[in-house]
Write a protein that binds this ligand. Sequence first.
Ligand SMILES: *Cc1c(COP(=O)(O)O)cnc(C)c1O
Length: 491
Amino acid sequence: MKFTESRGNDGERPAEVPFSAALMSPSASFGGIYCPAALPPLPPDFLAAHLDSSYKRLAQALLEHLGLDIDAAILRAALDRYDRFDDREDPVPVIRLDDRLFVAELYHGPTRAFKDIALQPFGTILSALAKRDDRQFLILTATSGDTGPAALETFRDAPNIRVVCLYPAGGTSDVQRLQMVTEAAPNLKVLGIDGNFDDAQTALKSLLASASFNARLRDLDIALSAANSVNFGRIAFQIVYQFHAYLALVRQREIEIGRPVALHIPSGNFGNALGAYYARALGLPVARIVIASNANNVLTEWIETGRYDMSKRQLIATASPAMDILKSSNVERVLFDLYGAARTRELMTLLDTQGWYQLEDAELARLQAVFAAVCCSDDEALAQIRAAWARGYLLDPHTATCLKACRGEPWKAEVNIVHSTAEWTKFAPVVERAIHGAETRDDRAALRAIADAAGIGIPAAIANLFDRPVAHPEIVAPGDIEARILDFLGA
Ligand SMILES: *Cc1c(COP(=O)(O)O)cnc(C)c1O
């Protein structure tokens, strides 16, 4: 599979690149990103043939089908990262909540959020390619709280890779912050940013595009890459679990092959949803992909009205901070796939200059053939956490944003798969507020209270965080980031 540029080609870069190139240098002409030039449909018997495949075997078959230019040995080593998940035989358990409602638990990796599923193998591949080519890479990542820990964890002590992780100071939970600032390794640097996640992401994008910064890096012989979900190296692995969850329902005799399901996805930067979009394009029977948002419901408005509008919005801090995003990066790949490069460039230019665009009616109809949308307030999400708790299931606040839709029209008549993107342990104060009404507890107290009430333990990876020394205390203004990074690189 070849990759092409979402906003067309500037005549200087290659118009098409292989997967490895899109993964190592993710920025494309005119500020665009790389997208699959075409998606080869799977053979009709693919699902039946993989009914009994392990997660790793399924992943290997799908990625081979996509024709990614990664050595078989490197791909195998990347997929072996799933052996570090809670159950190596079943890294993504699919749980039945009721007749028509199933939860794909995507958070059983080392940092307890679904980012591990893509970043664990991605880290192995990027480091292996860097070593093979004898190149040094700097990975810049901006995080709203879950990408950072997962990126640091996958690249800790990785050969030929250095990582700088930017997070919004005060914009993450204690657990998320500690997962980052206690991650000590000589190749890792964590910086708190005075600002919100959009500020961190904007700072990252302007550094990636900065000619002077790139020139300094060239002097140092360091190449720049990104581990954010715009990197297709992550998206590739997010296609796999869409198939896995479907096949799990077939194995559990809940559905027969061919029955369309609704996928419910708590969305921010739209990487998870894009994985679902590609899975559907490859042939997975999906009736609709239902995009759940919190009060920052720019995606709800986009899918319901065709208007993508950030111009009149301020980012709102919610109980589901990983979804507190207004500029959702992977939407661009949907635009490209549905409307082509010229129109994508036009729409993204409008978004960059005036803060909004409006799709035409015919364009909106094509979008709505694939996606539906729901937005869920914090109060509604907390009510869902409380209701699930009453039935013995712990939900995190991101996953909770999906539940309202599953139980309402028209989805209650469908077979629904909810993507659970985080373990409750990452957002314990919110869960504690939902189930006990307690307001002011810190993460540690909330973890203990919930674990005691549920009669379970706090996973060691979370419990140990509070005793680890802080290795990265710094908080900086966006304007100082470049200088701090050059310091870290020894420039
Ligand atoms: C990253 C994240 C999301 C949003 O996923 P996208 O792929 O960016 O849409 C949702 N929930 C949690 C817990 C996350 O960490």
